[in-house]
Structures are given as structure tokens and as C-alpha cells.
Design a protein around this ligand. Structure first.
Ligand code: F6P
Length: 323
């Protein structure tokens, strides 16, 4: 196999706190191994539009604590087309890139998997999404920070909910997964969490509202749950339970911003070193993940096809405590 001399790194999909720490780790590890390294701005779209930038050690100075991503990010429609991917390949060749590190979610890995079947360029992935919904890793970069942001916000809402004996429906991110909602529910002592992984929660919600008139309730609504968004659920149930003084809070994109937690910085740093190590080791089409406090390598097709289980034990803990 040809010796790797130059690599590229980019961030893709929804941004997540810790992506900068991940970029920093990749750049510094590459330089430590005497590899040249380029950053690609705006994900796959920047690869198509030739938006490459040479990275030096100084380029990643003072970013470990910053939220967002200095390389910016995008969800590229053009990369879904063979013509788009051809342009991306031509640009990678033009810059003499031998291998690529992609930091993103499963959609980003899917794109990488398709691309490296068509063109002979190795890709290694690092899991970066606040949703924590990736198969093969216990944690994704950004989840811990987002969870802490949500917990802080809900604690504040709880104060006012209690004072007024109101029921709050609080919508959190997670269009396909309830990890943020469930863990935030346990950590804030919420009365209920509505998540995509559990069917038929209407009855339970009805029972809660019937039994808790004139007391406060925190109901966390994951975006992708099976009943509806927080506004919709509040409207449908609020009509019947007028005494609950129903209010709605959609936390939205504040969950994606902010300085990464110590855990996310640490995770991103470890995974960044592991990603470059894997490239030097001539690995391809794998994600570097973190399982039981160890680095693991998971083939892209497993991370893409596998569905990360929400965990029966977490559901049980929540069921026992949310009374
Ligand atoms: O995948 C991360 C995520 O934050 C989801 O939780 C959310 O549904 C989605 O991205 C929002 O995407 P956008 O920023 O494109 O609206």
C-alpha cells in the first residue's frame, strides 16, 4: 500500500461541541507523524468547491475550548450525486490527499462509504453529533456538552414550574433518538420523557396528567417521539387539562452550541489521535469509537446499518424514579 504523506480533515452534518478539539487532535497528531495536513471548509460541499486550507500547529491553537467548528460544516446535496463526488475526488487528487478524516454523524459516514467504494481514497470517521445515536460507540463528541446544556436549562424551568404549579412540555433535539431526552429526564427528575424508542406513550401521559392536577410537571419531548412535537402535544393535551397551566419550551439550537465539556474535549482528543493512528496503519472505511473506556474500530457499514439501543436498564431507572 502507498505510504500516506498527506491527509485532509473536515467536519460534516450538524455541528457539535468538541469538533474543534477533534480537528486540533487530528492536525497535531498528523504533524507529529510528519504528515502534511489540510482542512476542508464546509464539509463535502467545500471538497466539491475546492475550499481547502493548509493546517499548521498554530492553526489549531486556542480552539480546544470553543464550540462550533472552525472548519464550518454543511449538509451537501451535491455530494449525493455522482457528478458532485467526481468533483470532490478531482480536488482531493489536485491537493495530493492520500487519506481523509471525517468528523460527523452516520449520514456523513454513509457519504464517505459510498465515495471510497467509487474512488480509491481511504476515509476514517470520528463520531461527532450531539444525538449520541451512533452504533459502535458509547459516546459521540458533543453529546455530553449538549446534555449538560439541557440539564441546566431544565433546572431553571423547574424552578418556575414549581412556583406556579404548571406543566411544561420541553422539546429537546434528537430526531431519531431519545438519548438526550432520557438522560436529561433522569438527571433532572422529570415526570416523563417522550422518546422515539418507546411506542404508545399517550396512555401514560394521560395517566400522569389525570393524577397530577395542581402540581408541577416536567415532560421532556424528544423531537422524534411518536406522539408529536412539544407544541402539538401541549395543544392536544392542554385543552383537556386546563388546570395544568400548560407551557411549552423548545430548546432548539442552543443545545448545539457552547464550550465543550471536559469529557467532550478528552473524547475528541483521544479519538483524533486514534483516527490518525488508524490511517497510518492503512485502515479504511472505519469509525474510531469509544467503548468501555477503550478505543475501538467499527466498520462504516456497521455504524450506518446498526441501530444504537437506548438501553433497557436506563428505561427501567427512569420508570422507577419518575413517579
Ligand atoms: O443531528 C443533530 C441534530 O442536532 C438533530 O438532533 C436535529 O434534529 C438536527 O440536527 C437539526 O438539524 P438542523 O440544524 O439542520 O436544523
Amino acid at each position: 500500500m502507498a505510504k500516506i504523506k498527506k491527509i485532509a480533515v473536515f467536519t460534516s452534518g450538524g455541528d457539535a461541541p468538541g469538533m474543534n478539539a477533534a480537528v486540533r487532535a487530528v492536525v497535531r497528531t498528523a504533524l507529529a507523524h510528519k504528515l502534511d495536513v489540510m482542512g476542508i471548509n464546509r464539509g463535502y460541499q467545500g471538497m466539491i468547491e475546492d475550499d481547502f486550507v493548509k493546517m499548521k500547529s498554530k492553526s489549531v491553537r486556542n480552539i480546544i475550548q470553543r464550540g462550533g467548528t472552525i472548519l464550518r460544516t454543511a449538509r451537501s446535496e451535491e455530494f449525493r450525486t455522482p457528478e458532485g463526488r467526481k468533483k470532490a475526488f478531482d480536488n482531493l487528487k489536485k491537493h495530493k490527499i492520500d487519506a481523509v478524516v471525517v468528523i460527523g454523524g452516520d449520514g456523513s459516514f454513509k457519504g464517505a462509504g459510498i465515495f471510497s467504494q467509487e474512488y480509491d481514497i481511504p476515509f476514517v470517521g470520528m463520531p461527532g453529533t450531539i444525538d449520541n445515536d451512533m452504533f459502535g460507540t458509547d459516546y459521540t463528541i458533543g453529546f455530553d456538552t449538549a446534555l449538560n446544556t439541557v440539564v441546566e436549562a431544565i433546572d431553571k424551568i423547574k424552578d418556575t414550574a414549581f412556583s406556579h404549579d404548571r406543566t411544561f412540555f420541553i422539546e429537546v433535539m434528537g430526531r431519531d433518538a431519545g438519548f438526550i431526552a432520557l438522560k436529561a429526564g433522569i438527571a433532572t427528575g422529570a415526570e416523563m420523557v417522550l422518546i422515539p424508542e418507546v411506542e404508545g406513550q399517550e396512555k401514560q401521559l394521560e395517566e400522569l396528567l389525570q393524577s397530577s392536577e395542581k402540581s408541577s410537571n416536567i415532560i421532556i419531548v424528544a423531537e422524534g417521539n411518536n406522539i408529536g412535537g412539544a407544541h402539538e402535544v401541549a395543544k392536544n393535551f392542554g385543552k383537556k387539562y386546563k388546570d395544568h397551566g400548560v407551557r411549552v419550551n423548545v430548546l432548539g439550537h442552543m443545545q448545539r452550541g457552547g464550550s465543550p465539556s471536559a469529557f467532550d474535549r478528552f473524547l475528541a482528543s483521544r479519538l483524533g489521535v486514534a483516527a490518525v493512528d488508524a490511517i497510518i496503519d492503512n485502515q479504511r472505511s472505519i469509525m474510531v469509537g469509544y467503548k468501555n473506556h477503550e478505543i475501538v474500530h467499527v466498520p462504516f457499514n456497521k455504524t450506518i446499518k446498526g441501530k444504537r439501543d437506548i438501553g433497557e436498564e436506563l428505561l427501567r431507572v427512569n420508570d422507577i424514579l419518575a413517579k
